[in-house]
Design a protein around this ligand. Sequence first.
Ligand code: KG4
Ligand code: ZN
Length: 365
Amino acid sequence: MHKRLTILGLESSCDDTAAAVVRHDEGAPAEILSSQVFGQIDLHADFGGVVPEIAARAHAEKLDHVVEDALRVAGVTLQDIDAIAVTAGPGLIGGVLSGVMCAKGLAAGAGLPLIGVNHLAGHALTPRLTDQLEFPYLMLLVSGGHCQFLIAHSATEFQRLGGTIDDAPGEAFDKVAKLLALPQPGGPNVEQAALSGDATRFKLPRPLLDREGCDMSFSGLKTAVLRERDKLIAAQGGLYQQDQNDLSASFQVAVADVLTEKTRRALAQYMAQSPTRPAIAVAGGVAANKTIRAALTGLAQAENVSFIAPPLALCTDNAAMIAWVGIERFRLNLIDDMTLAARPRWPLDMTAPAMLGSGKRGAKA
Ligand code: KG4
Ligand code: ZN
């Protein structure tokens, strides 16, 4: 039954309105028939961060259109769809609600099953969509709102080994961009500036490396960049482009060092619990960073484990990952009904103690 599944996915938990159609024949690689993303960067540009009310309105206005686009590009109609999957949390509640309401309307109108998806599961299961990775594996989820190490045991069972106790790295990239007067989103712009920078010019801290385990902290690193910037401004009356580039490069390599060392420890923790060597997979917007990818690739080679990093467009927020979780859940018979609730907070590992911190991207998990 249902050997072939075609699922429409919807994502609207932060500042991207996205819809995608993914098809999967059992035992074969999945096919992304379409993946439409409407980003809201321009709408929030004047505010230095995502404004939840503006985001929610934009999602409500755009969702119908991205759904139409996703169906058209995929060359299918709702009659070809087996179920509607939608991000039901965690995230900015106005946006999540817009998506859930839209999905309920589509499911009710077309008589299709509805599947609520955890956004973090979307990121964490992406390596199965792109690389058919088998469970269990070690996952580093690293984005604007989240940073955690997970063992993915199954499509529904995730064990959190550690995570950030304050900012997520993407948030730190965004804040560093702001204080260096680089445009948002910070990640790609800091990465671009760092290309012409000297990563050894500033000695920035590597927070929490002195603490055992794989918890992380990025807020002190951002403050250290602020201090170096202010010293330069006091000494020379302003910031030269070379200073921006060198600070960007020094910050980026510090983030890469922390992520790499903590990944090494997460791997050790994994292997202390289970004698097998897992594949390491990474996902989330920060996984698009080439310096960080290269550092993690080097670690995986040194540790003799395989390293899976999805293509950049599937690292940042998208709806193909939501459709994919829909496929995994459909195959497990995990279907929701019209009582599906939108949740601002929704940890993947319900048994792990809550992490500290909360950033501009809204509720954490
Ligand atoms: O996964 P994502 O699209 O949204 C969240 O769920 O947060 O991640 C967005 C975050 C932003 O903070 C952005 O600055 C960061 O990912 N990012 C990057 C890069 N591209 C995006 N950070 C570092 N380097 C990049 N190339
Ligand atoms: Zn995300």
